[in-house]
Each structure stands twice: as structure tokens, then as C-alpha cells.
Write a protein that binds this ligand. Structure first.
Ligand SMILES: Cc1cc2nc3c(=O)[nH]c(=O)nc-3n(C[C@H](O)[C@H](O)[C@H](O)COP(=O)(O)OP(=O)(O)OC[C@H]3O[C@@H](n4cnc5c(N)ncnc54)[C@H](O)[C@@H]3O)c2cc1C
Length: 429
């Protein structure tokens, strides 16, 4: 497979030359670097690569191009190469021009660009490279080829494989999933030794866990509590943004701090692909990255974690508070902070509730992993020339069925047959 492409599009030949030079100098050994002044040529290149199934890691384009705009071009890029990062090139001070500023705001709000990038000035321009390397890191994460990725192999999307991915997702651990009969799955299995049982988890340090329990995952990923400690200054229940903020402040003030969560880190926020309103992240930050960084920030101040541990009780014993963890483990503290987030109640719609009983149906949240599978099917559909305006609902239904091992009742079985061949489709005659 040829190296992924970095594509720059700018009508100004000097500016384009500087961008190409910086990209080539720093990245040419791992990426193909191509620059063009023509948006049409850029689209022709991108279409050809999409047809050939080749990767585009990054597209940089100026806003004001001949006969089109950067924003319009990025809209096409998003459809052709959904994983490619998109950076709008602007000259220094150009954000002060009303038209360009509005183009930046609109493109960000509509998800057409990931962020704007200052055109390089001197060489090397480390500010430019800082932006480029963050884009490339985001791209590797989206393509599941980031360093230190946990690999999971199983013979189906559903069942225990789904729970394992859910646990990893909730611990904000980058992971890739392979079916055991896929090419990648077979390679991982071959390297994992004869006794490996499915589902299988291979950690970045080479440890192989066969059909691990959640507690084994917690131990292997260091998300567990030191067995000899049962006293802390403060215990924080919940490792969502609120709990992690409390942990950073508690630990940084020198308090012996323990964060306990029944899942992983990040709480609800870890399911958000892009949070744009968190202080200090003007480009936005994925919930997973935010959780990772907050976890690490409290940890370097000496914070402790017990992930995948549910707190089942809280009581006062003398001067101290005691929380109860699984296996009747008791931890005492001078203070306990409850940062357990929100629990959602169902809408009280009597007519709908009545139907649920009649059909013995239940409502549940979309499972983790569903969006990734739906997105994968959607990009395959686009590569095959699919042009329907809103096929995503079908892909979500198919992906949900595949991940949660459900059957689908539909008049049209074709979309499911083509994109989710393992899903059982019941088609009324
Ligand atoms: C898809 C999505 C996108 C979002 N995007 C944004 C956004 O862009 N901007 C924004 O401002 N907000 C966003 N939100 C909302 C934001 O994530 C929440 O407001 C935030 O996570 C609340 O933080 P929290 O720490 O109070 O609670 P939570 O994040 O809910 O964390 C609570 C934690 O407590 C743990 N817990 C509960 N009970 C126990 C127990 N008994 N024992 C151990 N652990 C327990 C839970 O497992 C959970 O991890 C989004 C939410 C979702 C779901």
C-alpha cells in the first residue's frame, strides 16, 4: 500500500511552495507530499485515491481558491476521505479579516475543518509543525493505527468481545478490533501462541490476555488500587470531568487522593468525539483525549485510581467516612466527593410505554462501537459510488444489530446483506 498522502492546495505559489517545503522536509519519509494550486486537480487526486482505497492523512487548503472556497473543497474531502484531517491555511493576521474569520467559524461549526493553520513563515516553522503533528496523531487514532493501541480479536462483534471493547472504550484506551477470520485477525492470532483463547486481547507491551475478566484488564492496564492501602485523605467517586478535576486539585494540594469509578475514566464525556467548549482547548478535544490527559495530570501529582470498581455503600465510622468496593473492600477517608454524574430518566410517554409492553420491546442506549462500524460501512458505501442523501440511519441500524447481535426486520434486506452480512434480516414476503 502506498504511503498516506498529505495534500496542500493554495492558489498563491509562494505560500504553496513554503507549505510543500515544510511538509517534505519533515514528513516525506512516511507520507507522500503533494501540492497543487488547482482545486479541480486536488479533487481529481482525492477521487482517484478514494477509488483505489488509498489513505489521505491530511488536506490543507487556503479559503480563497479559484472558482471555489476551501470550505467547499473540505466538504468534498470529508465525503471522499472521512478520516483525513482538514486544516484551513490562513496567513498571519488573516483571522482579523471579517470574511476569513466567518469562514473559520462556519467551517468549524459545520465540521468541515478540524482547525485553521497558520501558513509557515520561517523554516523550520515549529508552530506549523505542532499543528501538523496533532492532526497526524488524530488521524492515526481515527484509523486505529496510533502507537500503543490494544488489539482485540474475537469471532464475532457481539457478546464478550463487545463488553471488552466497551471496557477499553470506558477506560479511554485506544484499541482496534479484528474478527478472527480477517487478515489482520489471523496475523495477531498467529503471533499470540498456541494456547490463546478468544476473545483475545494483546496489550502494547506484548502481554496476551485470553478471554480476560474486567478485573484482569484493570490489573494489566494499572487501573487498580494498591492492595495494601485502605486509607486516603479523600476518595472521589466518579472519574468523569468533575471527579477528575477534583482529583487534580486534591492531589496537587498534597492530599492522598483515590478516584473510584465503576467504569473507566472520563465518564459520559469519554463518548464525545469532539468537545469544543472545555476551557483551554480552542481546537476542541475528543472526550477520550481529555480523560486521558486529566487522568495523567492527577496521576503525576500522586493521585490513585480504582477503575472498574463500583462503590456500593458509604457510611461514617467515627471521624472517618468509609466506602465499600467490590469484594467487600473498605476504604476510609477524611472526605468523600460524590461526582457520580447524572442518570437519565425515560420520558414519561404513556402511549409509547404501552406499545413497549405489547411488543415486549425495550429501549437501550446505542452501544459503544456502533458509530465506528456504521462509519466504516458508510465510507465503503461512498467508495462504491453510493449517493443517497441520508443512508446513515440504515447503517446505524445495521451496525447496532451487528454489535448487539440483534435481528433486523426490514422490507429491504439489500443494504444489510451488503454491509452487515452476519446480521440476520427478517424480510416479510
Ligand atoms: C456523546 C456526548 C457528548 C457530549 N458533548 C459535550 C460537549 O461537547 N460539551 C459539554 O459541555 N458536555 C458534553 N457532554 C456532557 C458531559 O459529558 C457531561 O456533562 C459530563 O461528563 C458530566 O461530568 P460528571 O463528571 O459530572 O459526570 P459523568 O461524566 O457522568 O461521570 C460520572 C462517573 O461516575 C461513575 N459512577 C457513578 N456511580 C458510581 C458508583 N456507585 N461507583 C463508582 N463509580 C460511579 C460513572 O461510571 C461515571 O464515570 C456530552 C455527553 C455525551 C454523552
Amino acid at each position: 500500500m502506498p504511503a498516506p498522502m498529505l495534500l496542500a492546495v493554495d492558489g498563491d505559489p509562494d505560500a504553496l511552495g513554503r507549505v510543500e517545503r515544510e511538509l517534505r522536509d519533515r514528513y516525506a519519509s512516511s507520507y507522500r507530499v503533494v501540492g497543487t494550486r488547482s482545486p479541480d486537480e486536488a479533487l481529481a487526486i482525492l477521487t482517484e485515491l478514494a477509488d483505489a482505497g488509498e489513505d489521505v492523512a491530511l488536506v490543507l487548503a487556503a479559503q480563497w481558491l479559484s472558482e471555489t472556497t476551501g470550505s467547499e473543497l473540505f466538504e468534498r474531502v470529508r465525503l471522499l476521505h472521512p478520516h483525513a484531517r482538514r486544516g484551513l491555511l490562513v496567513a498571519w493576521g488573516e483571522w482579523g479579516h471579517r470574511r476569513t474569520a466567518e469562514a473559520i467559524f462556519d467551517s468549524m461549526a459545520l465540521g468541515r475543518i478540524d482547525y485553521y493553520v497558520l501558513r509557515p513563515a520561517t523554516s523550520p516553522d515549529e508552530l506549523f509543525h505542532q499543528a501538523i503533528s496533532s492532526f497526524l496523531l488524530d488521524w492515526t487514532e481515527a484509523r486505529l493505527i496510533a502507537p500503543h493501541t490494544v488489539r482485540v480479536v474475537a469471532d464475532a462483534w457481539a457478546g464478550r468481545a463487545y463488553e471488552l471493547r466497551d471496557a477499553l472504550q470506558r477506560c479511554a484506551i485506544p484499541h482496534a478490533f479484528y474478527l478472527s477470520d480477517s487478515e489482520e485477525g489471523r496475523v495477531v492470532l498467529a503471533k499470540s501462541g498456541a494456547g490463546a483463547r478468544l476473545p483475545l486481547m494483546v496489550l502494547p507491551d506484548g502481554q496476551v490476555l485470553s478471554d480476560p475478566t474486567n478485573m484482569e484488564i484493570a490489573n494489566a492496564t494499572s487501573a487498580w488500587i494498591d492492595p495494601d492501602r485502605d486509607e486516603f485523605d479523600v476518595v472521589i467517586v466518579g472519574s468523569g470531568p468533575a471527579g477528575l478535576s477534583a482529583a487534580v486539585y486534591g492531589a496537587s494540594e498534597g492530599l492522598e487522593t483515590l478516584v473510584v469509578d465503576e467504569g473507566g475514566v472520563g465518564g459520559q464525556a469519554s463518548s464525545s468525539s469532539l468537545i469544543r467548549n472545555y476551557l483551554g482547548f480552542p481546537r476542541g478535544v475528543s472526550g477520550r483525549r481529555l480523560a486521558e490527559q486529566a487522568y495523567e495530570q492527577a496521576w503525576v501529582f500522586g493521585g490513585n485510581y480504582a477503575l472498574m470498581h463500583r462503590v456500593s455503600d458509604l457510611s461514617q465510622v467515627g471521624e472517618r467516612l468509609v466506602v465499600i468496593l467490590p469484594e467487600d473492600r473498605r476504604i476510609s477517608a477524611r472526605a468523600v466527593i460524590l461526582a457520580t454524574g447524572a442518570a437519565y430518566r425515560r420520558l414519561d410517554v404513556a402511549a409509547l410505554d404501552a406499545l413497549l409492553d405489547v411488543y415486549d420491546a425495550h429501549r437501550s442506549a446505542l452501544p459503544w462501537g456502533c458509530a465506528a462500524l456504521a462509519g466504516k460501512a458508510f465510507s465503503l458505501y461512498r467508495r462504491r459510488g453510493g449517493a443517497r442523501r441520508s443512508p446513515l440511519p440504515d447503517f446505524y441500524i445495521g451496525a447496532h444489530a451487528a454489535v448487539a447481535n440483534l435481528s433486523v426486520l426490514s422490507r429491504d434486506e439489500n443494504p444489510y446483506r451488503s454491509y452487515f452480512p452476519r446480521v440476520v434480516v427478517v424480510c416479510p414476503a
